[in-house]
Ligand binder design. Sequence first.
Ligand code: CDP
Length: 783
Amino acid sequence: MSTEAKSLHSVGVRMKRKEDPRFLQGKGNYVDDLSFPGMLYLSLVRSTYPHAEIKSIDISEAMKVPGVKAVITGKDLEAAGLGWLPTFHGFDKQMVLAIGKVLFQYQEVAAVFAETRAAAVDGAEAVVVDYAPLPVVADPFTSKTDTVLLRPDRESKTNHIFHWEVGDKDGTARAIASSPKRIKQRLWFQRCHPAPLEPCGCVAYFDTMGRLQFHVTSQAPHVYRTALSLVTGIPEDKIHVISPDLGGGFGNKVPVYPGYVCAIVGALKIGRPVKWIETRTENLTSTGFARDYHMDVEIGATADGKVTALHVATTADHGAFDAAADPSKYPAGIFGIVTGSYAFPVAHAEVDAYFTNKAPGGIAYRCSFRVTEASYAIERGMDILADELGMDAVELRKKNFIRKDQFPYPSALGFTYDSGDYHKTLDVALEKIGYAALLKEQAEKRARGELMGIGVSTFTEVVGAGPSKHFDILGIKMFDSAEIRIHPTGAGIVRTGAKSQGQGHETTWAQVVAEELGLDPQTVMVEEGDTDTAPYGLGTYASRSTPVAGAAIVMAARRIREKARRIAAHLLEVGEADVEWTDYKFQVKGVPTRTVTMKEVAFAAYTNMAQNEPGLEATYYYDPPNMTYPNGAYVSVVDVDRETGETKVRRFVAIDDCGVVINPMIVEGQVHGGLTEGFAMAFIQEIQYDAEGNNLNTNFTDYLVPTSLETPHWETGNTVTPSPHHPMGAKGVGESPNVGSPAAFVNAVIDALSPLGIRHIDMPLSRDKVWRAIRDAEAMKGK
Ligand code: CDP
């Protein structure tokens, strides 16, 4: 931006986060901090079996535990018409508490309400459930055979949930068959979990007016209000959803979970407030997981490395219910972005989803609905193709990038990419990491038998769901909203339908309002998460806040500016047409000495409005014309120890292009966080199930979260290609590092191992997996 020198310049400034003093001093206001007189605690009885018939549930001993007030089961809920919940996109329903049988280990079976948390837990342990085990389906390939039908409650008597496809099937098959070079590789993006530091929870009570007050860890409070009204029949005006400070969400706090419904039912039945807070194990074993896509990637190319076609066939493991968090019309999310940054003339993508005896979910973990899976598929695929061609992976990418003069670019799978300069972003990354010198060093090391790898990932994302003609949840269109009120002194408040979970909205939204109106960002308050006060919005996930709610804020601010212009004309005693907005104030056209500031206008809006309507506020509902397409070039350098399989990430350079940046420090923080999560998925994280359907990663000693000791040092930077359709030119960024980085790590490790003839290893690239691959490769070579 060319406004660097101006005093009221707010966008592009590394402003410290307004919310941080509260968080750093332990003064955050989280759901578990809430306490109400007479509050009861809820603990859930969970299934020990992955698949079993429930013969009986005996609550008599539980009711004798001191402090236990009530126990409810699936049958009780069914009698009240609340036995089943619609899933996110409405294609399936999910048991609130098990009815007749359980379908995954840790499934919710009964709810115990007690005076203390300890009594609720003791009560849950005293509930006796008699299970008759059933055969277990622990993977989607077994599920495919339909030998065991998991969901007889459904009309279609098969474990197959859906087939989805996009693109030109026959054209792609023909192009691949006639291509001189072809690769085909199965890639599994393993089941992961967002594991926010604060697990999910709620407090529910009915106030003296009979209104449901529902404090909940929600990334989408308005959607919760509507969904709760539809499910329970409580009129929507009698439901107040409040999502206070959230300790991370990453998509995990989008779905409505059974514990929430049980808390509301308990509050209604017993007439007292009920609190439910998950344990870490409950969070890891029963709430929305991510990924679990088995992807067969095929790419065709000419002999000199021009790509001709892409085909990706995916087998998706959706667990016990189809509770994937995807928009209604997109059962496989936005997986069609799988053509990535490359000019594929033709492509075809298909996804088949299956039920298994695993926890349901498939949520968009820091990801725009399956974009992480898609990005990993294409970025690994391009490296495998480079290997096949004997070509440098950077050269192959550059040869096939969509050029900057091709934007807006219609992709083979139906997207219109808004803007980008992929060559430039990659060049900046290569320059920063010193690619040429690294290649030289690698050649020398290889000659000595050392395993050094360089991995590149040049991803394109698609964020900002979305244009309402394409995207909805349960029929509610995916727009977003902002309401701004400027007070007489020039301070103000902005409310949006988004909901920060730690992304810094209290700071960036204030910067946007301040920039548009020439005000001080320190005196613009941001409030989100309260359905009584915020305008209706679809919430925060899939990096949609800046592209959608951020745009709504800009547009609402511009509405305010239009009204302010009329007041300014009155103050300047000229016609409205003679007033212009320049350098953050109103000025009589051509007369720089005759100006009024927004602060002066704000005061006049309440004290000297003349013929103008009093007050200074506006609301805007923004329906984006397109998604935004942030992109990036990530380069990682690793050293693999041949004897132990241990990988050390020596360097990692991330150059992101998210268009105009509101707050460079916050963007940097977002990138650091996302890269750390990408690193974790690439090397240490997996939710594993054994063949009997037992979850093996139920806590943080088995599901590893990287600490500062393991986490590499991140080197970040930006290129700026504004989005042509966003009113400020901004694109989303929060999920880019999570989406783009796994392939950069894996590509680097495989590059290190390529002299041994190793072409692929599925994540996580644990020390023992890499060691085994080295040992097997060396055995094959007859070492
Ligand atoms: O939806 P979510 O807030 O998770 O993602 P986002 O829109 O990518 O924004 C993440 C944070 O980065 C917010 O505080 C944004 O305002 C900020 N951001 C920014 O400063 N500049 C951008 N171009 C994009 C995001």
